[in-house]
Every structure is written in C-alpha cells, then in structure tokens.
Design a protein around this ligand. Sequence first.
Ligand code: CUV
Length: 635
Amino acid sequence: MTMKLSTDPSAATLLPIAKKEGISTVWDRHRAMQPQCGFGQLGVCCRICWKGPCRVDPFGDGPQRGICGADADTIVARNVIRMIAAGAAGHSEHGRHVALALQGVAEGRLPAYQIRDEAKLRAVAAKLDICTEGQDIPAIAAAVAKATLEDFQNQDHDAPCNWIEATLTKKRLERLQALHVLPHNIDAVITQIMGRTLVGCDADPVNLILGGIKGALADFNGMCLATELSDALFGTPSPVITAANLGVIKPDAVNIAVHGHNPLLSEVVCEVAGQMDEEARKAGAPAGINIVGICCTGNEVMVRHGIPLAANYLSQELALVTGAVDAMVVDVQCIMPSVSEIGACFHTAVITTMAENKIPGATHVDFKEETALESARRIVATAIEAYKRRDPRRVNIPDFKQTAIVGFGVESVVAALATLNAEDPLQPLIENIANGNIRGIALFAGCNSTQVAQDSSFVTMAKKLAANNVLMLATGCGAGSFAKHGLMTQEATLEYAGDSLKAVMTAIGTSAGLNGPLPLVLHMGSCVDNSRAVQVAVAVADKLGVDLDQLPLVASAPEAMSEKAVAIGTWSVALGIPTHLGTMPQVTGSAKVTELLTQTAKDLLGGYFLVELDPNLAADKLLEVIEERRKGLGI
Ligand code: CUV
C-alpha cells in the first residue's frame, strides 16, 4: 500500500504520463530511497570531520560518543545550526543582491531597473531613520542601500543590524539583546556558526543553539531587507486576481516558467517578454508569450503583477511533463537538479542564470544586473526557438486551475482596513480580535515535502482553523498550495470561514471594493515575505502595548523541508511565536536539544516549536495555543 503522493489534481493526471514516458519524479526517488537513514532522521549522524562519519546509537547499546568525544546533544545541535546558517545564507545572499541593485540604480549604473515605488522607498528610509528632507530619489536610494549594506559589514558586536532594530517591538529587542542573540552583521553571524561547529570547537548544546538563534535572526534581517527593497524597486503588492495550477500553461503560447527565488531576473524577463510578444506570434504561437511562476520566484511576480502560478515545489517537474513549457528559467534555491534531465525528454530549454547555481545539462545564460536586458532577451529568444520544436502530440496540460486573489502586503491590508476606519486603520482588526470575531492569526509558511501528501496538511489545517474563525496569512509554497486548491477565493471564505470570521472578512472586503469578502487565506508573497506578516504582528503588538509573545498569533510549516524553513521556523520562535512543524525535525536524537526547542524556548523567548504530524491534531493544538494567548491578554 503506497501513501497518496499528492492531493493536487494535476499530479493525478500527469504522474501516469511520466510513468509511461519513463520519467522519474521526486516521488519515485522518494520511494527508491526507503528506508531512509534512521541516524540522519534523528540528527545523530556527524560528518563534520574525516575521522567520521560517526553516529550515536539511539538505543543506548552502541557508541554514545563520536570519535572526537562529541555526544548526541553536541552532534544534533551542531547539525541543526549548520542548517540554519545555510538557510540564512540563502536568504541573505538574495537580500544582498537586491541591496546592491538598489545601490546600482541610485548610481545610475543599471538601465534595466528603476525605483518603481518611490513612496515605499521613502517609507523604508523613514523606518531606517534616514533623513530625506531635500533629498532626491537617487540620493535616498543611495542612503537606504548604504544603511542596508552596513548590515553585512558592521564590525561592532554591540550594535545590532539596522533592519532588525527598525523592525521589532522594543520589548522584543530588549529580550533578544539580553540573550546576546541580536545579530550585528549577517555575514559574520553565519561565519561564526560555521566556525563554532568545526571539529573541536563549541560542544555546549545550549550555547550552540543560542548561536543558531542568532543566525536565524540574521536570516530574519536578510528577509526584511529583501522584501522591502524589492518593493521599492518593483512595486509593493496590492490585491490582484490571477490563477494557479498547471492549467495556467497555454497550449497556444510560448510558455516561460520562471522558477527560484530572486525577483531581479524574473522582473526583467516579464518586461522583455511583453516587448517580444510579436516575435512569438510570428513563430506560430497565436497567444504570444505566457509567463508562469514556480516556487517563490512565482510568488514574487504573482503578488506584484498577477502572473499566474503554475506549481509549488513538489510539482515543478510536472510542469515539464505537460510538454508545453518551452523554457524553464531558474535563478536560485528549490530547483530540483532533475529538471534539466526532464526538460531534455521534451523540447524544453532549462536555463540557469546564476554563476553560483548551475545544473549539468542545462543551458547557462549568465545574468548580471548590468546587462539584465540583454540576458532576458536571450532567454526569451531561446524560449521562442524551443517553441518551434514543441511536439503538440506530447502536450498534456491538465485542465486544472483555480482563481486566486493575491497580493496582500502590509500596505494593502492596512489600505483595506482604512476603508473602515481611515483615522486608525488597525482599530477594526484589533476590535475584532478583542471581541473574539477573529480568534487569532495563523501564518502558514514553508515548503512541500515528500514526507506528506502534497498540499494535504496545508489544506486540512486551513479548513479547520477557518471554521474556528482564525484569520490566515500565507507565503511560499504554503501560499502556492492554497492558491492551487481554491482557498484564495471569496467563495472559499463563504464556504469555510466560521460565521464571525466570515462577517469580518465580508465587511472589510466589501468596504475595500472587492464586492464581497476577502479571500479565505491572504497571500503575502514568497518566503522572504514572511517579514510582511511580522510587520502586521508588530503593528498590532505596538498598538496594544504588548510584545509579540502575548498575541494570539501562531505560525505553521506543515510540510517543511528546506534548511531555509529551519532558519525561518527558528526566528519565528525567537520572535515569540508558537511555531508548528508538520514534518519531523532532525533533532530528536538529542533529548536536550528537543527540550530546548520545544519547551525551554518558551521561557526564554515566549515562542517554541510544536511538532505534530497529524494536520487535524495540529490545528487543534494551534487553536488551544490561541485560546491560551487570548486568556493571557484577558480577552
Ligand atoms: Ni522560498 S523554501 S520549497 S520555494 S517554500 Fe517552497 Fe519557497 Fe520551501 Fe522552496
């Protein structure tokens, strides 16, 4: 008996085709990998030096220490904080690229980019305490870029990064400062994690985990700046109606899938595609060029421009199996190396673009911000060429797509609320939380994993929380799940929201001109856009005069998989948010580390990890946490 692989209807259509064509997918490889290494699952396998690999016997019979003398607690702690460092490195490198692009725009060096949202740039400057009086836009952009890049350069250990300092509640900053976990320099903190986890360095699990928390907060800092500066460059999201799932691929268009994370490339590809539409028509594609998104690059262009989302993480290969993707353009992160091989089974050009992210078998078009337009033109031309080789007999586009209303940044949430109370936009939200119409807020984030039937835990949990009047926000592949399954629609609110939540969503949506309720789950963007949800929470906390760990606010990554999710989950805990994981974290080989993350954290930080693999029980537990928090606030 095999477990259900995916609840995405597209998978049921395309997996048999993949099988017939002899194409192996992520689910085939998952099956071939069984049984998976138990030591690795517990986190007790150490590969940090070449005396090893070592592993501690979890049953107590075999070795209890590695060859160097490290016990399970040390090994587990070292392994997990290295994951945090990797996650933080990914997000922060993304952030650095955006900051450098902003600097390049300020200096007039990057013709492909401009400040599309000047108001946002000014707001960011104000937030960072940069004086803008009498300054023009390039000068403000230069100052913002400089303050941001300081977060990668500052050598004063006692001076926290500019972004985190400008973002959190005062109480939270004090609490983190007291624990010495506020990052002063993203790069330095990541380097420290790598250094302290070398053989023969930090062996104290508590000290290691604190170092990991600092790394996770550096990750948070990197996300905040990536989100906000991207908004200044590319526009701040506002509600837009679009669609999700593989049915957004068009049989009669040149289909270009943009996949990965960083909007610097995809934004220019979208723009150039608009200019080259006629060429696609001349090549025989009556519908011109159709851009679709995958993973977080997909989320970025979806919330900003309403570009439809074809797939979240687990179905990226299935996009290729449709036989109708002419080019898959990838930047960084979450790109399965298998895509080049599957692309080669069809006519699809799989195009890598980043010098540090290549895939054997793919075509590489080097992308540099300075020459972005040329690269984008080459990419789109390659897609048009590939289209000419498409075999229509092998095209199988599943007839599944759902409408999705997306694009809920802080600004658009506040704007919607302002239609109810222009003087004090947060008041209606706070009132409805206080009177219990909204019991609490849940942020869904994180990936898909083959450990869970794709999208199933997201959807199960959301329906239950909705029925219990919890307001839901989503990012990343979680947002992708909800979009594909029709939970980002007004109909979903009417069908699944509890009565009081439905009434509030209808009041806000109607007054904001949506002719009905807000969608059931609010799409805030990509993984780095988790910072948007924090901003909403901080605004609410500040208004109530409380800290984040007092709010009826929870987070959940029911299908987490990436090291980036480990980093995000950890900062979520550090910010005081009870954080659910629906896949087993690889730490349970150490009772001490497990206790630290799930219990001690509660006293230290107010937030903690809650692990529950059953989505129904997980929803129940989060509802309990929300009620406990409400009680604490006396509401
Ligand atoms: Ni950044 S990190 S699988 S694409 S959310 Fe999706 Fe989102 Fe996880 Fe990756």
